[in-house]
Design a protein around this ligand. Structure first.
Ligand SMILES: [Zn+2]
Ligand SMILES: [Zn+2]
Length: 334
């Protein structure tokens, strides 16, 4: 291969530190040069504007310059675009972390389930490694079936203006158990509640429920910055709600170049094909949502979008049919 790049005259700087983080929806929009809404990338041999070969993402052949940086094919670094997702979806790479966080906070009010005075809470705070600290919190919150602290508010009489000292100030909500099933988080309420209060128990069908990424996002969004810090997440670089995809980054064509089949025909890269499926199903979902379709229809369309987003990141996910090319049935590579 020919890698002849001219040497840069710039002085080489040494990085003083590296900060890893998760891109926020705002950052993805900010680094994007164009919103991609067209699943069709070429029409009559020309790139479609707002499609995956939009010339603002970088030149796709050697004869044209980049519409963003004006450089040619070998000089342009390529530019990211983005898709606004019609509904949030899970990011397969963050599922386990999201599960851990959900296990530590109240499903109703998003507060950490453990009392700050609890010995395990104090032990957790002594752990410097964010990963281990979160693990410790998951462990300590394991047996919390209720968001404690609601009772203290009830103790306060109507006439009294003396604030009652709240131990924790939780909302009192019962907590479900969470697990990952397929591409979703599932919440399950323990059936032992039946012994105490027949009335309060949800119907058997409701005891176990799939959680939409939208629902999980609303719980994660309400976690305070302070609680994020305590759980080992720096809210400046990795808010838990950023681990749910709301805006989807589109990599430049340079990382998914079309393959030349012959001098006249080109075959699109697998990533481009998979991205066009995401765009198409995102638009389908948006249409259903805007026309006020019933919840179960929206849910089905969201599942389809979720499937294509998940297999874009990893087409070898256990138990999932592989995303394949429509025409040949050949599985998509990553
Ligand atoms: Zn460029
Ligand atoms: Zn609560």
């Amino acid at each position: 291969m020919d890698f002849r790049f001219p040497d840069s005259p710039l002085e080489v700087a040494k990085p003083s530190s590296i900060q890893f983080g998760v891109l926020s929806p705002g950052e993805i929009r900010q680094m994007s040069v164009v919103e991609i809404e067209q699943s069709r990338s070429m029409l009559n041999g020309k790139p479609v504007r707002g499609g995956l070969s939009d010339p603002r993402l970088g030149p796709i052949d050697r004869y044209k310059g980049c519409e963003t940086c004006a450089n040619n094919l070998s000089e342009c670094p390529g530019h990211f675009g983005h898709i606004e997702l019609a509904k949030p979806v899970y990011h397969v790479g963050f599922m386990k972390t999201v599960l851990s966080i959900m296990r530590c906070v109240c499903f109703s009010c998003s507060k950490i389930l453990l009392d700050k005075e609890h010995v395990k809470f104090k032990q957790a705070l002594r752990i410097k490694s964010p990963k281990h600290r979160l693990k410790k919190f998951v462990d300590a919150c394991k047996n919390k079936t209720k968001c404690e602290g609601g009772a203290e508010i009830d103790l306060r009489g109507q006439a009294s203006d003396q604030p009652v000292k709240k131990i924790r100030g939780g909302c009192g909500a019962q907590q479900p158990n969470f697990s990952i099933v397929g591409l979703e988080l599932v919440a399950e309420y323990k059936s032992q509640r039946k012994k105490y209060d027949e009335e309060w128990l949800p119907e058997p069908a409701e005891r176990k429920q799939s959680l939409t990424a939208e629902k999980v996002l609303s719980v994660l969004k309400r976690i305070s910055d302070e609680d994020c810090q305590l759980l080992g997440l720096n809210p400046e670089y990795a808010r838990p709600d950023w681990m749910i995809l709301q805006v989807f980054p589109i990599p430049p064509p340079a990382v998914r170049p079309p393959a030349m089949m012959s001098s006249s025909s080109m075959s699109e890269d697998d990533l481009t094909h998979q991205l066009s499926m995401i765009i198409r199903h995102n638009e389908n979902l948006r249409k259903q949502d805007r026309s006020g379709s019933p919840a179960h229809i929206i849910s089905e369309f969201t599942k389809i979008l979720q499937y294509f987003v998940a297999t874009y990141f990893d087409n070898s996910l256990l138990g999932l049919p592989k995303a394949a090319h429509g025409s040949s049935g050949r599985p998509i590579n990553q």
